[in-house]
Design a protein around this ligand. Structure first.
Ligand code: UDP
Length: 244
């Protein structure tokens, strides 16, 4: 049976790493294509889709400055620019997969790069969604010392998304790392307080707190399985749902 859409307006957080191939650096065409296809399918199904891209496949500010020789602020700006590269790649690929007016994708950046993409303006972003365009929100929050997870929660709140979808390489939230512990237990549901108290390394505390204040569900799931993003949008129970 085909499920109707449960979450009409979603904010999808994609990590930079998910766009990379082996080695975790740069953009792998095959990965990019697979992710873009899933995004297009969500769009075709009629959901309003806003995407926040990470930039960890290029630079993570905190890691780059670990030895203390490089200013954190500069490294963070480099990281934010990395997210713009990812956003442009995803935009182009989505539009190639679904040519024509139906699939218009706009990149909106928190840092002004007017020759390359639009600036992020909340009311414009919502208008794009209402007109059936997907939006890719680049350059994080535009501020150093933040992550794109926090940005995803912030933008989800700003555009009044029905849910924040956190796409990962793991099929949900576990009580410990399932890669190193075969007895790791996966949660189907968690409250925000549980997610925060357990200090699960799936999303920043700031991001969870922002979602909690708005009672916005956060769904953590494996994007590596084709069709999973659409399944989540349709409310099928996969991954872990963090909510009230
Ligand atoms: N970043 C930042 N401010 C933001 C968002 C991102 O300074 O609002 C920088 C930060 O250095 C971060 C990098 O951009 O490490 C890439 O983002 P992130 O690590 O969140 O990407 P992901 O892990 O999701 O690929």
């Amino acid at each position: 049976m085909d499920h109707p859409i449960k979450y009409n307006r979603v904010l999808l957080k994609i990590s930079g790493e998910s766009l990379s191939g082996e080695g975790g650096f740069g953009i792998d065409r095959d990965q990019l294509h697979k992710i873009a296809q899933q995004c297009v399918d969500v769009q075709k199904a009629g959901a309003e889709l806003a995407i926040v891209c990470g930039g960890g496949n290029f630079i993570r500010g905190a890691q780059f400055t670990q030895d203390g020789t490089f200013p954190r602020t500069t490294a963070d700006y480099m990281g934010m620019l990395g997210t713009v590269i990812n956003a442009l790649a995803l935009q182009e690929t989505m539009e190639t997969l679904y040519p024509g007016d139906e699939m218009s994708v706009r990149v909106m950046s928190a840092i002004s790069i007017s020759r390359v993409c639009e600036p992020f303006i909340r009311r414009k972003a919502i208008r794009h969604l209402e007109k059936g365009r997907a939006i890719i929100l680049a350059a994080g929050t535009g501020n150093p010392f933040f992550t794109t997870d926090t940005c995803a929660a912030l933008r989800a709140a700003e555009i009044e998304a029905d849910a924040l979808l956190k796409a990962t390489k793991v099929d949900g939230i576990y009580d410990c790392d399932p890669k190193t512990n075969p007895d790791a237990k996966r949660f189907d549901n968690l409250t925000y307080t549980e997610a925060i108290d357990k200090r699960l390394k799936v999303m920043d505390m700031a991001a969870f707190t922002m979602c909690e204040e708005r009672e916005m569900p956060v769904i953590v799931f494996d994007m590596g399985v084709p069709g999973n993003i659409l399944k989540v949008v349709k409310g099928e129970t996969i991954g872990t749902t963090v909510g009230v």
